[in-house]
Ligand binder design. Structure first.
Ligand SMILES: Nc1ncnc2c1ncn2[C@@H]1O[C@H](COP(=O)(O)OP(=O)(O)OP(=O)(O)O)[C@@H](O)[C@H]1O
Length: 289
């Protein structure tokens, strides 16, 4: 078996928001997690379970009260750790990233990151063009204002701004929220393609369908702790725990569970929509025969 390299090691992370002395929110409680190179990890959990707080730690945007994060073996909390370099390597796409577009033109906006990293204007623009091509933004839009684009196009331009920095890890906080199904699938397919080219993907998502179809590994947050971690099949096999975490099952899995609960034998609890539907069709055919 191919050996996989652990890229990010998170150890016993604790983080508390203190809006006032009275109101303290212990958002992360002893969270430990290893991310291996080339994985596609989905982070799920009900609203307020700590997902966004967790991912903001990964590029040093917020600092834990206690615990450690090691990137490629080195603690990002050690003195003089180059946080700006970490931010190039770990690209973080926020919720509604389009709110952070600011430049006069689409191309200038996407080129901003590489330019800021020290690339020449030409190098930065070449990286920006390549990133825009990846997200499906045509050349005819390069010189236009980012504010004149549709919501879905703005989102893709904002994501291109992160891709242009050629990160090793791409962390996306609900990138598909509010996108139409076509653009959403395009974006998810792009992430899968990037994973194949070696980029590690961490995706925060509320869509169990998305998670079941695209991720290799699912990490479930509940009240600031990780309560489940495994392949989609492993995680969604524990219906009770999923419910306790305030989550729904992916629809195909739910259908298979309902058949099982009615005493109908189910061979394989799979998240793969095609395989699950084939099984259901087989069961119906057998019943009709
Ligand atoms: N800036 C803040 N000040 C105070 N409390 C906060 C702040 N941001 C988040 N919290 C609290 O920290 C906890 C974790 O929030 P977080 O945003 O990480 O959850 P989440 O799982 O990403 O939720 P969602 O799915 O709704 O985005 C929640 O109780 C939330 O209310």
């Amino acid at each position: 078996m191919e050996e996989t390299v652990v890229l990010i090691e998170v150890e016993k992370l604790n983080y508390t928001y203190a809006s006032s002395e009275k109101e303290k929110v212990h958002a992360l409680k002893d969270v430990s997690l290893n991310i291996r190179q080339g994985e596609f990890v989905a982070l799920v959990g009900s609203s307020g379970s700590g997902k966004s707080t967790f991912v903001r730690h990964l590029n040093g945007l917020i600092k834990a009260d206690s615990g450690d994060i090691r990137f490629q073996g080195e603690s990002i909390y050690q003195k003089k750790y180059p946080i700006s370099k970490l931010r190039q390597k770990v690209g973080l796409v926020f919720q509604y990233p389009e709110h952070q577009l600011f430049s006069r033109s689409v191309l200038a906006d996407v080129a901003f990151g590489p330019r800021n990293m020290g690339d020449s204007k030409e190098e930065a623009e070449n990286k920006a063009k390549a990133a825009l091509e990846k997200v499906g933004i045509g050349e005819e839009l390069f010189e236009g204002s980012p504010y004149e684009l549709s919501g879905g196009q703005m989102r893709r331009v904002a994501i291109a701004g992160i891709l242009a920095m050629e990160p090793e890890v791409l962390v996306l906080d609900e990138p598909t929220a509010g996108l139409d199904p076509y653009v959403r699938n395009q974006l998810l397919n792009l992430l899968k393609k990037m994973q194949k080219s070696g980029v590690t993907i961490l995706l925060v998502s509320h869509s169990m369908e998305e998670v079941a179809n695209y991720a290799d590994r699912v990490v479930v947050f509940n009240s600031g702790r990780i309560c489940m971690d495994g392949s989609p099949e492993e995680v969604f096999a524990d219906k009770e725990k999923i419910r306790k975490a305030g989550l729904e099952m992916p629809q195909v899995m739910e259908a298979l569970w309902q058949l099982k609960e009615q005493g109908i034998p189910v061979h394989e609890f799979t998240c793969n929509e095609k395989t699950a539907i084939c099984q259901i069709v087989d069961i119906i055919k057998k019943k009709e025969a």
